[in-house]
Each structure stands twice: as C-alpha cells, then as structure tokens.
Design a protein around this ligand. Structure first.
Ligand code: FA5
Ligand code: MG
Length: 380
C-alpha cells in the first residue's frame, strides 16, 4: 500500500484543529508542517518585527477598529465567492491554496474578512493576520506570510465633508513628525492624472466626482503611511502606483517601492466593488481597501535578508528587536545559519600570571569571529 501522505489524517477522515473537527475529502491538501504554524501568531508576539510593524501601521490609523485575531480557517465562500472570484480563477486551485476540505480552507488573503467586517457596520478598519499560499520556497517566498487589510468607506452623499475632516485629523496627528524632518521630495508624489484609464475603469454606478475624492484619499492614506514608516531610513524613497486587477476592487492598483535597485510590490488596493458593500448592507457608501504584505515591508525596514528568519525561534534573531523604539533604526545583524555550539575547555597552567584576556587573544588569533563569546567558569 502507498504510504499515507497526510499522517495527521485519522481513519475517520476527520481532523481536529484547536478543538474543532473538520471532515476531510478529496480536496484536502493541508500538511502537518503548515498546520503546526497556525498557532504561531507572529504578528501578536511582542518584540517580533511583524508585531512592531503592525503596531506602527495601527498608529497611523488611530481612529480605525483593529481585528488581529480572526481565525485563518475560513470558508471558500468568504475567501473567494463573496469577493466575486470567478469559479475558474487559478487562485482557487489545489496547487495554489490550502484546503481542509471542499468548503473550508486557509485564507489566502486578509480580504477574506472584508464582507464580514463591513457587515458589522464598520466604516474604517484594519485586519492583520497570517495568510497561506502554496508557493515556491526561497529567501523571499514562504507558504505563510502576513497581510494587513485596511478599508475606509464614506457616505456617498456627504463625501467631500467627511473626507476633508478625516484628512485634517490625520494631518494634525502627523504634524509633530513632519516638522522634525524635512518632508520627502515631491517626486515621490503620484501624478493624479495618470491614474484612471479605460483598462482600469471606475465602476459604472460611481459618479466620477465621488470616486475622485476616494482615490485621492486612498493615495494620501497609503503614501503618508509609507513615508512615515521610512522617514528615518531613506530620504529619497521612491513610490509608484501601477494599474492592477482584483475581482473585488475597481479601479485597482499595486503600490511599489524602489529597493536595492528593484521595484518591490508591497500592496494591492482599489475602490471597493459596490457589490461587496451592497451585500454588507452598506449600499449608500463608497470607499477604498488595501492589502499590505507585512514581511515585504519589514524585510526592507529592518534589513532582514531572508523571509524564513521571521519564523526563527533563535534568540540571536528575536533579541535584536526587543529594544525597538520609533526614533531608533534597527538593522538586523546577520548570524550563523547553524545553532551555537558550546565547548567546555579545561587546561593546566604553568604560569601563574595567567590573565583571561591572554586566553581570548589566542582564540581570536586562531578562530577569528567564529567564536562569539568566551567565559571563564572557574580558576583554581
Ligand atoms: C491580495 O492579496 C489582495 N487581497 C490585496 C488587496 C486588498 C487588493 C484589498 C485590493 C483591496 P496580492 O496577492 O497582490 O493581493 O498580495 C498583497 C501583498 O501581499 C503583495 O503586494 C505583497 O506585498 C504581499 N505578498 C503576496 N504574495 C507574497 C508572498 N508569496 N510572500 C510575501 N509577501 C507576499
Ligand atoms: Mg500582487
């Protein structure tokens, strides 16, 4: 008999995760190593770089509601159908997504919760959490990463006033920061005229004037966030917006920052499909949504070279972030891939003049920086 590829699947064809039992079927493709990561919640671990970044972004949106503990196990309905993904969308395939069974999956994006949170009559919120995609493994890809969803909607009738009040509020919060540092150069700004095009259309139910307010507010919200996050890091930070497509926003964009000679995509965003808002009972609203990739941003901010390091239990990684504060830049210091190895050395001395430093000198001469630490245990 062929060996069972899913050893966590028992003979009753069910699987229990944190007290809930799920039936399994032909669609099941979650693996034990993926399931073991469900409880890590890196974005909730104090001092973890993803925690630091999450709280920094939350501080930029202080008047929003935050949802950071929504269950990553969702229905296919929520992850795809509610958001208008066509039945044959490639993201739905078993080669791209993790399924517990035909109806239940690990969310592939935090957008899976948009409808649910809009339905609670929330008008502005952030959702952060772990998302799961079957993907290659290398230094910038990992089957689990973290996203932060943001959304803000406005009353269609009253939009001009609502938006200008919101902007005033955000500017007043940021004035302390922007007065400390010279503002970033103007060429970081996006040319508003280039944004709307026929292959990235506005929705037919949206009056152009209202959409323009929302687009400008979206760009203001995200550009000011990125500038704030990077203000101590890169005075010449370059940001660009390029047309994109998502089934649940129109028009849509991706935002990229220029990093180490390459454009790096850090978020998808757009004007929320009215259909989603209507399903949530928010028919009279119009608004934007975005989904930020937290690892991508944290790798740039903290100079973390490999996405796998976020999952490290190694204190040499975790301890580097414990003293974080907003005004200090933390740059990750690389360490060996191998675990530390402790050698206990004893020896006799002929010369009673021995000093610990002489011994350290010998070690440094021979082993150079391979030896991280030398401690005298006893001397008798
Ligand atoms: C989405 O997931 C959409 N839900 C974003 C969105 C939300 C659009 C709201 C409109 C409105 P995308 O697949 O492009 O889009 O992922 C969003 C971000 O997650 C990317 O820009 C990137 O920063 C990050 N990301 C995507 N794939 C990976 C990956 N394999 N590893 C690390 N980060 C990734
Ligand atoms: Mg993308």
């Amino acid at each position: 008999t062929p060996s069972n590829p899913y050893p966590h699947v028992n003979h009753n064809k069910s699987l229990t995760i944190e007290g809930t039992s799920y039936k399994l079927d032909d669609q099941t493709n979650v693996s034990p190593s993926i399931l073991s990561k469900l409880s890590r919640n890196l974005h909730l671990q104090p001092h973890h770089p993803l925690y630091i970044l999450r709280t920094q972004i939350e501080q930029h949106f202080p008047h929003f509601s935050y949802f950071n503990t929504l269950n990553p196990i969702v229905t296919v309905q929520k992850n795809f159908d509610d958001l208008g993904f066509p039945k044959d969308h490639p993201g739905r395939s078993k080669t791209d997504s993790y399924y517990i069974n035909e109806q239940i999956m690990l969310r592939t994006h935090t957008s899976a919760h948009q409808l649910e949170i809009f339905s609670k009559m929330n008008k502005k919120f952030l959702i952060s959490g772990d998302v799961y995609r079957r993907d290659e493994i290398d230094s910038s890809h990992y089957p689990i990463f973290h996203q932060m969803e943001g959304a803000q909607i406005f009353n269609m009738q009253n939009i001009e006033q609502e938006i200008s009040e919101d902007k005033k509020y955000l500017i007043s919060l940021n004035s302390t920061i922007s007065s400390q540092k010279t503002p970033l150069r103007d060429n970081n700004e996006v040319n508003d005229d280039t944004i709307i095009s026929s292959n990235n259309p506005i929705q037919s139910c949206h009056p152009i004037e209202q959409v323009n307010y929302v687009i400008q507010h979206l760009k203001f919200s995200l550009n000011s966030l990125i500038k704030k996050l990077f203000i101590n890091h890169d005075e010449n930070l370059k940001i660009r917006w390029i047309d994109a497509y998502f089934p649940f926003t129109s028009p849509s964009w991706e935002m990229e920052i220029f990093f180490k000679g390459k454009w790096l995509e850090i978020c998808g965003c757009g004007i929320v499909e009215q259909d989603v808002l209507n399903k949530a009972g928010q028919n009279d609203k119009i608004g934007w949504a975005f989904g930020l990739g937290l690892e991508r941003i944290a790798m740039v901010l903290f100079d973390i070279p490999d996405i796998r390091l976020f999952w490290s239990h190694d204190e040499r990684f975790l301890n580097q972030f414990t003293n974080f504060n907003d005004n200090k830049i933390i740059k990750f210091q690389p360490f060996s891939k191998f675990p530390p190895c402790i050698k206990d050395i004893s020896f006799w001395l002929n010369d009673q003049d021995f000093h610990e430093n002489n011994f350290c000198e010998i070690i440094r001469d021979i082993a150079e920086d391979l030896v991280e630490d030398v401690k005298l245990v006893s001397f008798s």
